[in-house]
Design a binder for this molecule. Structure first.
Ligand code: NAD
Length: 525
């Protein structure tokens, strides 16, 4: 068994270098292998048992680059399954909470080890099921490994002696104990990393879980479940339950035995969960804890004396990496009027060079957007945006013979700070360029949405960088670098305002959200 003193200091998982032919080839081979499994049927896993749909009640996961291709058919959970999953999780909790923190951490360390060995295969699933480029897929898997390594270490830290003030005549201590059964609801955009982070944090802290993956990405979620089984995790600790958010989701959110809900996704769904969870139901004896990480409308501010080339590079990479579908993606460039034209020109030039297509080689940087509904919604925003500003790059769907959901990376200039595309989360490859009259005006615009997730500032003024640190109200602020690519442990992640509960995933406060502290005081005789 691993104890804290034997565990090496946490370091981030290195990214794969796809300029090396052996890595490129390994990935291409993994894609072939994954594709050879397409079209299979997958069960729910409740209490370690597989439950396969009897009729044709499946969630069909398709390849967004070629929607005719079925990645897999996933058994759709019903309310009866939800009840069974709750029962399994409640029963498993009674024994799992007594398993030592060190042993629980061991399972999670083991999962990291398995993921590391299967890196290319896991990345391959991400390229096919959700259209991640090689580098983006590799980043997602690396982050999943990081979450396991980080939270397992964190559990060992919390299991250690906690500081309390000595008091004469008493022996006092504080211990962290788990909460109970949690409902884990991740999004499709980091369908491995975020799902793994939310789930492993829950279980390593001693809770048991009902995991409802996004209906757009059940295949990669299923791979994780298999990895946890291979790591030897006891049955019932994680119950795998793909199902419709609206019915099964609501049912479990309101269930009196649900102790906490860990959600990452849109503002609308997050607020709904928060509201439903707040109301106690018959038989409920606690206030449910809700961790809800939600949307963003993230900006990069460029000051008048900034390096235009560096800023443009940062903007393009933050705006169009994974087709702009990161909660941290830059969807607004707020540029000082003195440098506006120069930065815009560079951004347009770089945007036009981005390669777009099916993710079959490392040369393609942009794949399809996630789904038909995402595709339609983004194109609508582009239509709105074309009336709110000047389309200077992209502006339409990218046609392919496969009828995939491809959209050109789009830059819309001269957008008013209060325009729809400057305020609402689009979650696609659409960047609004906004002109600021002054530095103060740029910060004011940066803070003018209901969100507060990430933001970046490019400036050569120490004074302005200091002001940004104080006044730019975002959970993750980056100075003179892009606003995406938060690393576990290095940049604890979470946003302000309508961006959520600021849980700071990958940080040293995160595990506390999944535990409660018990103070034990004994009189010394
Ligand atoms: P979504 O809100 O549509 O779905 C998120 C999850 O909630 C999915 O698993 C979905 O099936 C489930 N769901 C839907 N309705 C439900 C209901 N009534 N009850 C219970 N569950 C329900 O979000 P999405 O489209 O999957 O993800 C994109 C969103 O996630 C964007 O807004 C993005 O900004 C946000 N996001 C935020 C962060 C962050 O850390 N703040 C990280 C990633 C993504």
């Amino acid at each position: 068994m691993i104890t804290e003193s034997r565990v090496k200091e946490f370091v981030n998982e290195p990214f794969t270098d796809f300029s090396k032919p052996e890595n490129k080839q390994a990935m291409e081979k993994a894609i072939e292998t994954v594709r050879s499994t397409f079209g299979q049927k997958y069960p729910l896993i409740i209490d370690g048992k597989e439950i396969m749909a009897k009729g044709d009640d499946f969630i069909v996961s398709t390849n967004p680059a070629d929607p005719k291709e079925v990645i897999g058919y996933f058994t759709k959970a019903t309310q009866k399954d939800a009840d069974a999953a709750m029962q399994a999780a409640l029963t498993a909790f009674e024994s799992w909470k007594k398993v030592s923190p060190e042993k629980r951490a061991d399972y999670v360390f083991k999962a990291a080890e398995i993921m590391r060995k299967r890196k290319f295969e896991l990345s391959a699933w991400l390229t096919q099921e959700i259209g991640k480029s090689f580098a983006e897929a590799d980043g997602d898997v690396a982050e999943a490994i990081d979450f396991c390594e980080f939270y397992a270490r964190e559990m060992l830290r919390f299991a250690g002696k906690q500081p309390v003030t000595p008091y004469p005549g008493e022996d006092n201590k504080l211990v962290y104990i788990p909460l109970g059964v949690g409902l884990v609801i991740p999004p499709w955009n980091f369908p491995l990393a975020i799902l793994v982070g939310m789930t492993t944090a829950s279980i390593v802290a001693g809770n048991t879980v009902i995991l409802k993956p996004s209906s757009d990405t059940p295949a990669i979620a299923y791979q994780f479940i298999r990895i946890m089984q291979e790591a030897g995790l006891p049955a019932g600790v994680i119950n795998f339950m793909p199902g419709p958010g609206a019915s099964v989701g609501d049912y479990l959110v309101t269930h009196p035995k649900t102790r906490f809900i860990s959600f990452t996704g849109s503002k609308e769904v997050g607020l709904r969960i928060n509201e439903l969870a707040a109301k106690p139901n018959k038989g409920q004896i606690w206030i449910k804890r809700v961790v809800a990480e939600m949307g963003g409308k993230d900006s990069i501010i460029v000051d008048k004396d900034a390096d235009a080339e560096e800023a443009a590079q940062g903007i393009v990479s933050s705006a169009f990496g994974f087709q702009g579908q990161k909660c941290s993606a830059c969807s607004r460039a707020i540029v000082h009027k003195d440098i506006y034209d120069k930065v815009l020109e560079k951004v347009v030039e770089k945007t036009k060079k981005l390669s777009i297509g099916k993710i079959e080689s490392s040369d393609v940087l942009m794949g399809p957007v996630a789904s038909k509904s995402a595709y339609e919604s983004i194109l609508k925003y582009i239509e709105v945006g074309s009336k709110e500003g000047r389309v200077v790059a992209g502006g339409k769907a990218h046609q392919t013979p496969s009828n995939g959901y491809f959209i050109e990376p789009t830059v819309i200039a001269d957008v008013d700070p209060k325009a729809t595309i400057a305020q609402e989360e689009i979650f696609g490859p659409v960047l609004a360029f906004i002109k600021a009259d002054s530095w103060e005006n740029a910060i004011e615009i940066g803070n003018n949405t209901e969100f507060g997730l990430t933001g970046a500032v490019y400036s050569n003024s120490r004074e302005h960088l200091k002001e940004a640190a104080e006044d730019f109200h975002v959970g993750n602020l980056y100075l003179n670098r892009k606003c995406t690519g938060a690393l576990v442990g290095v940049h604890p992640f979470g946003g302000f305002n309508m961006s959520g509960t600021d849980s700071k995933a990958g940080g040293r406060d995160y595990l506390l959200l999944f535990m409660q502290a018990k103070s034990i005081s004994e009189k010394i005789k």
